[in-house]
Design a protein around this ligand. Structure first.
Ligand code: SAM
Length: 296
């Protein structure tokens, strides 16, 4: 009798321990009770000054890191082919756009594996920066020296989610294998740039997200069948009304990306954790700021 009672006690104690983790789970659920719209891309001018200053420092550091990672000269053949050298987009601008695209994907393809491509990846810093957001990240690069550096960098990562592909963006045929395609003016000549844009737009299935952080793309987007979502994020093969609907839905997706508390949450909570994660909410050990109406 005593043994049976002890045997019964063990799972009950285990369950009690697991249920005691409720505060972590609650930190995921609470912000979903009354979901608040968060803009996909916040304007830089509206950042708190401390955050803006931190971003500026981080951009400087990333520019230095980029220099450290890519000290090789541009290949003569790549220059001849019309390629820009490996000139980086500011890291803060990149992460802003990528974060927006990630939240859009939570609406477009909830729970599906996500694939990111940087067309003209240089030494690969943007590809590894996209890795926390997507399941697979690839960099296409024409310049053989840069492509080799990117491949070397990806091999040294603590994960296996980044790939370097040496190839020509003007002849590539696998754009359709990606959900988010980023291109930051790979080539100098505008006619070649427009040719690449047409190639990408023609190959990707409707609903593919394009990140094109340069002004002239906006002027060509409509004729390429791309509608504006936010910032420099575009939706291929869809109407402006569909892009606006996507924006509104994606603004209701949570903003969490990193799986912070994962190791500490027992399996018993898994269904709630998974459902929350699909909507962009992760557990946090820090207290969430209270919802507005809790104080009113
Ligand atoms: C302006 S840099 C962008 C670097 C990086 N993607 C970023 O955003 O920080 C352009 C890169 O595109 C590459 N590129 C230019 N033309 C290309 C082509 N036809 N096919 C593949 N890569 C190309 C260049 O070699 C260079 O590394």
């Amino acid at each position: 009798m005593h043994q049976a009672w002890t045997a019964l006690g063990q799972p009950v104690n285990q369950l009690r321990l697991e249920l005691n983790k409720w505060p972590m789970v609650e930190s995921m659920l609470r912000p979903q009770i009354k979901r608040r719209r968060q803009p996909l891309i916040e304007e830089h001018d509206r950042l708190p000054p401390t955050a803006a200053s931190r971003e500026a420092v981080s951009d400087v550091l990333f520019a230095q890191l980029h220099e450290l990672l890519n000290s090789v000269n541009q290949d003569a053949g790549a220059h001849e082919h019309g390629c820009f050298p490996d000139i980086p987009l500011a890291q803060s601008l990149f992460l802003r756009e990528v974060h927006a695209a990630k939240r859009c994907l939570a609406v477009l393809k909830p729970g599906e594996r996500t694939r990111f491509l940087d067309v003209g990846c240089g030494a690969g810093l943007k590809v590894i920066s996209a890795a926390p957001y997507f399941d697979r990240c690839a960099g296409l690069e024409y310049d053989p020296g840069y492509a080799a550096l990117a491949a070397q960098l990806f091999r040294a990562l603590p994960h296996d989610r980044c790939r370097a592909i040496q190839g020509d963006a003007l002849a590539w045929e696998r754009y359709g294998d990606h959900d988010v395609i980023y291109f930051f003016r790979p080539m100098r000549d505008d006619a070649l740039l427009a040719q690449m844009e047409r190639r990408i737009a023609a190959q990707v299935p409707p609903g593919t997200l394009l990140i094109a952080p340069y002004t002239i793309f906006g002027r060509r987007a409509a004729e390429l069948g791309c509608a504006h979502v936010a910032g420099h994020v575009w939706l291929a093969g869809r109407s402006e009304a569909e892009a606006a609907r996507l924006r509104r839905e994606a603004e209701l997706i949570g903003t969490d990306v990193l799986r912070t508390g994962e190791a500490n949450i027992p399996l018993v909570w898994d269904p709630l954790v998974r459902a929350s994660r699909l909507r962009g909410y992760e557990a946090t050990l820090r207290a969430r700021p209270p919802l507005k109406d809790e104080n009113s």
